[in-house]
Design a protein around this ligand. Structure first.
Ligand SMILES: [Zn+2]
Ligand SMILES: [Zn+2]
Ligand SMILES: [Zn+2]
Ligand SMILES: [Zn+2]
Length: 316
């Protein structure tokens, strides 16, 4: 477990040097350099050796004797936290520029492999906690004997360091093993069964997932069919509704026509009633006339009879 931890640290270390551009650990640089070699290149902010040195050249610090140098990363962090200030003393409009000379000087400093440095520090820490531990290198621990210039470190860490870490090739199948790049083949050959089982397991999981998807698809298909049928039914109902609406319209029209027909019939009936009434009175009149005529006729007949009788009497 201890070993795993130290390897994780080595990974972080690689990131901090190549990506974060933080200043360099003074103790690491001092492995192959003297204090007086680096004292003019110490970062004002973090007190380590400057990475990408920037020179503070505000006019108000002109009389200061010491070199005013900060690492670019430290300066950016400082200015983002203290806008309109200066790392030397608080004032506005801090003036600074890249110090190419300092950068070249720092780049040319001799150093050992930073991973090796970190490993040695951890070993020393372990030794100090385990008093009486036998001297010398612990057997089985790989050491990197790189010695070069600061500017060569990144290339070394990425391409030729034997302390470079590697992840197991079967990481995506669930093996979280990390080890030295040089030891990865040992891990692969001695864990073939484990890796094979991991692959089989993930295949099983995949098949299960596929089965679940298939089930979901058939469920969705079924739902789709039901929806289609419902849609068709709705279409039919819509048709029926529009048919019923048409019928209702027709009924309403018919009703209107009937109403007006009824009105005309009523008017006609009234007319007929009046006609009948007038005819009735005419009939009454005619009746009266007939009666009158009949009376006259009867009177006439009576009169004639009387006359006849009179003549008969005369003749007799
Ligand atoms: Zn710094
Ligand atoms: Zn200043
Ligand atoms: Zn190395
Ligand atoms: Zn593995």
């Amino acid at each position: 477990m201890e070993e795993e931890k130290s390897k994780d640290n080595a990974k972080n270390d690689l990131q901090s040097i190549t990506e974060q551009q933080a200043c360099f650990d003074k103790n690491w640089i001092l492995q192959l350099n003297k204090q007086e070699d680096i004292q003019d290149f110490i970062c004002l902010i973090c007190k380590q050796v400057t990475n990408n040195p920037m020179e503070i050249d505000c006019s108000r610090h002109k009389n200061m004797d010491e070199s005013l140098i900060v690492g670019e990363n430290c300066l950016n962090q400082f200015l983002s936290q203290n806008p309109n200030s200066c790392p030397v003393e608080p004032h506005e409009n801090c003036s600074y520029s890249q110090s190419r000379l300092a950068k070249r000087y720092v780049n040319e400093l001799d150093v050992i492999c930073p991973r090796q440095f970190e490993q040695e520090q951890e070993q020393q820490l372990q030794m100090s906690t385990q008093q009486g531990h036998e001297e010398g290198e612990t057997p089985g621990i790989v050491t990197c004997d790189f010695k070069g210039k600061v500017k060569q470190v990144n290339d070394h860490l990425e391409h030729s360091c034997c302390l470079q870490m590697a992840k197991c090739w079967f990481e995506s199948f669930g093996c979280n093993h990390t080890c030295l790049k040089s030891a990865i083949y040992d891990h692969l050959t001695s864990n073939m069964k484990l890796h094979f089982d991991l692959v089989i397991k993930s295949l099983d999981t995949l098949q299960q997932i596929i089965r679940q998807y298939k089930e979901e698809i058939s469920k969705l298909n079924l739902e789709n069919e039901t929806l289609k049928v419902q849609l068709q039914l709705r279409g039919k109902k819509d048709e029926e509704i529009s048919h019923l609406k048409q019928q209702l319209d027709q009924y309403q029209k018919d009703n209107l026509q009937l109403n007006s027909a009824q009105k005309t019939t009523f008017v006609e009936m009234e007319k007929l009633k009046k006609d009948i009434e007038s005819k009735d009175s005419e009939i009454q009149k005619i009746k009266q006339e007939i009666q009158l005529k009949q009376k006259q006729i009867i009177q006439q007949q009576n009169f004639e009879q009387i006359n006849e009788n009179k003549e008969e009497q005369k003749q007799n």
